[in-house]
Design a protein around this ligand. Sequence first.
Ligand code: PHE
Length: 463
Amino acid sequence: MQKKKKREHWNSKIGFILAAAGSAIGLGNIWKFPYVVGDNGGAAFIIIYLLCVLLLGLPVIISEIIIGRTTQLNPVGAFKALSKSKLWPMIGGMGILAGFIILSFYAVVAGWSAGYIIEAISGHFYNFTTPEAAGKHFTALTQNVSWIVSWFAVFMGLTISIVYFGVQKGIELGSKILMPLLFIILFILMINGLTLDGASEGLKFLFHPDWSKITGGTILEALGQAFFTLSLGMGAMLTYGSYMSKKDNVPTASVEIVFLDTLIAVVAGIAIFTAVFSTGQSPTVGAGLIFHTLPVVFTKMTGGYFFSIIFFILLAIAALTSTISLLEVVVAYFVDEKGWERHKAVIVFGGITFLIGIPSALSFNVLSDFHIFGLTFFDLADYFSANILLPFGGMMISIFIGWIWGVDNALKELHNGAENIFEKTPYLIPVWTFLIKFVAPISIFIILINSIGLLDTIINLFN
Ligand code: PHE
């Protein structure tokens, strides 16, 4: 028999919540959420997004965590343990692959945020008076191979050095230090935003819905964002769940993680849009909002030098607690399934991810004209993982719980540690069952065929 080392567990309930919230809260909340809201008309988009988080994100996150907690294994091992078919471990394997791919481009952007801490400290932002000028500077930096690759390397180094120390002494300890820091910084930025002249314009943009801006595409965008921001569909939550003990309350923990993730996205939106509106900048500039517009916003603000530094520290922290979860998925697989020693797995696969990510980093300079399916390496990695692998994984997980392993088995497991919820709110059980069996798989299926362009074709057939 194989000699099994005892599995590490979270040291405390709050440790798990902070680590899982750390995985969820990332560039998706602070970089992507504000510009997607800006592009899609503000409040109306937020309402749809909240519905997606509640109706889709919450049931799926509970499912992922319970699969992990039940089996105490990585995504591949977990599906092997719960089903006889070869298909399901392959779905787990796709999650590991998605982890590799997402980490490889995500850490490139994370590297920019770390690089921008230094830009902020050096006071470079004060050279720019328009977002165009700041944008040019940003483009020049990303075109500089040594700048982009070295910050990417720094970020991978940071990620590796936390995951290296394992679940308790690495991920949990790191999250316990970094997440409170993140909350404090974001709180300071929000208070500052709210006290600026013209802040109410920013709030109006965020909280007064303009339904005329909502199209079918907006709804799909909201679903996709809900998915990415909760780290769903690739086994990150499953893996973190596998370090929980049977006594832990999964539904409550899931609600807390989803709540924190949503809160942080909205607070980041408040901090950013109050500042953007009060300095007369445009909210609808797309992906450049943070690296083009914000540097200029900071220079026009009292205390902007200080706020610009803590803002990019915030962004880097948020990204780091997400990259560690991505690397952990890969590491857990090699440790559980292939019997690798953790330290070796962390260094080898952290290193390999760095190598795979180099073409993504070079997509902004030497490889910018190199296209596959019309996309650069970076865009391809982003598109393929976020728009295809994650939704597909999420759909399969809901099908697995709803129809294969079965809701009854899942509920039996969920009951452990959550007895009070089952007693006090029994009506939530049929709601969750309905969402996981029908709503989740069907709506994710729609996002998926949309992102590969099939939906338009089908709609056109009927027009
Ligand atoms: N949830 C992270 C974010 O919002 C991204 C992520 C996706 C992390 C999938 C892990 C797994 O930035």
